[in-house]
Design a protein around this ligand. Structure first.
Ligand SMILES: Cc1cc2nc3c(=O)[nH]c(=O)nc-3n(C[C@H](O)[C@H](O)[C@H](O)COP(=O)(O)O)c2cc1C
Ligand code: SF4
Length: 693
């Protein structure tokens, strides 16, 4: 039973003509699938309904073809043809009693219209503002365009109603939605009745809300999502102006949905933002309106959530990432199973699905976006197959997830770990600056495993092929991880680079193992990053904090280049700059000699030496696959030893981010003892229906 402290989270709250059954509100979030994978996205929302959310939203839905954000894959509601796909989603949302919401986005100054080839329309004629600085400008909406746009919103609202949605969210946050473009002096430089004073800048929002209310307001609630602060100084829509706007238009929408700044600010990773980081910006706004307020802040602690409501800061607990990591979060609180919550680690891997137009992954929840494609449920496993015993070698993220999921299926699992702790790379990386929340990958699984009687864990067990053959387990999963290379092989160098043995070389494993002196004052360390995800930046931070003079050399044009996909690249650059790290972009390392590294320009190849005392090599990783290869070499002995299968998973198979490892562990557990599908595709997909030729 749930703790009475959390009763407040389960109170019903009215939103316009509807009542949400509780205060758990899944705010809009994309998933990389969108219009390309409608059934996968619908099933993902359906799982959240089962997990107890009171309100569930779509991602941003492009509501008219004159504004779209190709290449990013969101939803579309351009014509009646789009309704059935969206109906599938609203139906899924409502199965367990949630209210279904759709977020309507007109991207204005944020929409380059690469697909529709329409001229973008925005309050003022300015360059399109996207992640990729597209060489396109918008035309300023004239009065006729504004009338058209109002009508397009009404058309979209009517279609939303037919598609079964109870709530419509008008998007004006993160710099993405046209309502913000009208509200901000930065993007609205008009001199007519839609520009100038806040009253005038609010006019468009007031008109659209009134139009939609006339059209569908009897059955459909209208919510407005605005940024808490545009974070571009006085010219932008500041926190003070947001408050003025809400006060001036207090009862305009049926609910205020408040979300901080740019997307990078709002979905800040745990490395840079704590849980509840938006509290200060949102506090007090609720008092300016009689309408309920939803806010966000990577909420995973029910105590923090209850405090937000009790202190009158919020009416609804908005969650995107916590609902991805654990779609059953409300249900677990309701059932008094707090310790079963799979807490979001704030790594932002989920965002990369959108940024890379692939399909989203979650480090903590490997079933995310596989609910329909593979039929995976986040809380239930498929039935156990005909074998009984599994040996999992290695207790990193892949081994732990495989063990947890196999145990849930009912197998007797033996987990053998070479060290004295669970977690593998995560156990080490969680100790690095800013990464402590990543330890939840281990904590969640360790706890789940500890409660199962069908798992035995052995530490200090570095197994040989001989050992494994002697044990006689039916299945063996090799999840032995990887280690960082010392020879520089990555992208610039596909074979080892020349390295003089007189130079001290450290790898991230050395740093995590603390082989370097604690105090590096007076020493110069070159961090060579040819990995391009987070590790190079983190290593530079560790070295700087140890007192070294740090020079970060990378062949890329950005520090920690790939973290642009996790929305933290800018924050990493700022942090390193604040720490005094000397950042040298577009430079590789061609040779390491005694006392210096020879660098080269990524474009011209011109060389320059940098004197240093040590090089921290963040290159690529090597799989720890010796045990697997030894076993493969003795495949002829498996049958006699009672072994039916040996598989290598996670970093041991091919090093990748932690999310790949938990996915690999989960997949292994799901597929054990299942029929061989031969050459068939291992997931379902949707193919565009052909129109007549
Ligand atoms: C993967 C992902 C996709 C998102 N897509 C949208 C979106 O389509 N529309 C929107 O208003 N906000 C979007 N957001 C922002 C979230 O709604 C939310 O405001 C933000 O992530 C902070 O909430 P959280 O800390 O609970 O994740 C997205 C966030 C994530 C993580
Ligand atoms: S990918 Fe990371 S940030 Fe996103 S929901 Fe999962 S754990 Fe949280």
């Amino acid at each position: 039973m749930r703790d009475a402290r959390y009763d407040i989270l389960f109170e019903p709250v009215a939103i316009g003509p509807h009542v949400a059954k509780n205060r758990f509100y899944q705010v809009p979030h994309c998933n990389g699938g969108g219009y390309r994978d409608p059934s996968a996205a619908a099933a993902m929302r359906g799982i959240k309904s089962e997990g107890g959310w009171g309100v569930i939203f779509t991602e941003q839905t492009e509501m008219h073809h004159t504004s779209e954000i190709t290449p990013f894959i969101e939803l579309r509601l351009w014509e009646d043809k789009d309704i059935p796909g969206l109906r599938r989603m609203s139906d899924a949302m409502k199965v367990h009693g949630a209210l279904a919401g759709i977020q309507l986005a007109y991207s204005g100054i944020n929409g380059p219209n690469f697909y529709t080839k329409e001229v973008p329309l925005a309050p003022s004629a300015l360059p399109i503002r996207t992640f990729t600085n597209d060489p396109v400008q918008a035309r300023a909406l004239d009065r006729t365009d504004i009338k058209d746009l109002r009508r397009w919103f009404v058309n979209a609202a009517k279609r939303s109603k037919i598609a079964g949605f109870d709530l419509i969210c008008l998007y004006g946050a993160h710099g993405f939605g046209i309502f913000q473009h009208f509200l901000s002096r930065a993007t609205n430089q008009r001199t007519d009745e839609y520009g100038g004073s806040l009253e005038n800048r609010s006019r468009f929002a007031r008109e659209v809300v009134a139009d939609i209310r006339d059209a569908v307001g009897d059955t459909t609630a209208i919510t407005m999502r605005v940024s808490l602060d545009e974070t571009i100084g006085e010219l932008g829509f500041s926190n003070a102006e947001v408050r003025d706007f809400v006060e001036m238009n207090a009862d305009l929408p049926d609910l205020w949905d408040l979300a901080h700044g740019a997307w990078e600010d709002c979905s800040g990773p745990s490395r840079f933002k704590e849980e509840g980081a938006q509290e200060i910006l949102v506090k007090g706004i609720r008092e300016l309106s009689s309408r309920p307020v939803v806010g966000v802040g990577r909420f995973t602690s029910p105590d923090v959530m209850a405090r937000m409501i009790r202190q009158g800061i919020l009416d609804f607990i908005g969650c995107a990432r916590p609902s991805i990591a654990d779609p059953f979060l409300p249900k677990k609180i309701e059932e008094g199973r707090i310790e079963d919550i799979r807490e979001c680690i704030g790594c932002n891997m989920c965002i990369t699905g959108d940024m890379t137009m692939s399909i989203s992954r979650c480090t903590q929840n490997p079933t995310f976006m596989e609910e329909w494609r593979k039929g995976w449920h986040p809380e239930r496993m498929n039935e156990k197959g005909d074998s009984r015993t599994v040996l999992v070698v290695g207790a990193g993220p892949a081994g732990l997830e495989a063990t947890r999921a196999l145990a849930l299926r009912g197998y007797d699992v033996t987990l053998a770990e070479a060290s004295t702790t669970l977690g593998g790379r995560v156990a080490r990386e969680r100790l690095l600056p800013g990464l402590s929340a990543w330890g939840r990958v281990v904590d969640y699984r360790q706890y789940q495993i500890s409660r199962r009687t069908n798992v035995e864990t052995y530490f200090d067990s570095r197994l040989t092929a001989e050992d494994v053959l002697a044990f006689g387990f039916e299945h063996v999963a090799i999840a032995t991880g990887s280690h960082w290379r010392r020879d520089g092989v990555a992208r610039q160098h596909v074979v080892p680079m020349p390295i003089d043995a007189a130079m001290t070389i450290w790898t991230p494993d050395d740093v995590m193992g603390k082989v370097h002196p604690e105090n590096l004052a007076g020493k110069t360390v070159v961090v060579y990053d040819d990995d391009h995800y987070y590790m190079g930046g983190v290593m530079a931070e560790v070295m700087a904090k140890a007192g070294a003079t740090v020079i970060l050399v990378t062949p890329s044009a950005y520090v920690s280049d790939w973290t642009r996909n996790t929305l933290e690249q800018g924050a990493i650059h700022v942090r390193l700059d604040d720490l005094g790290v000397d950042i040298r972009l577009n430079r590789g390392v061609t040779a390491i000699r005694a006392g210096e590294v020879e660098t080269n320009c990524s474009y011209t190849g011109r060389r320059k030496a940098i004197g240093c005392d040590a090089v921290l090599m963040v290159a690529s990783r090597l799989s720890e696959d010796a045990l697997y290869n030894d076993l493969l070499a003795r495949q002829g002995e498996w049958a006699d030893a009672g072994i039916r299968s040996v598989k290598i998973i996670g970093d041991a198979a091919a090093p990748a981010p932690i999310a790949w490892a938990t996915y690999a562990g989960h997949r292994y557990a799901r597929e054990l003892d299942t029929p061989d599908i031969g050459d068939a595709l291992p997931f379902r997909r949707e193919v565009t229906q052909l129109e007549p030729a």
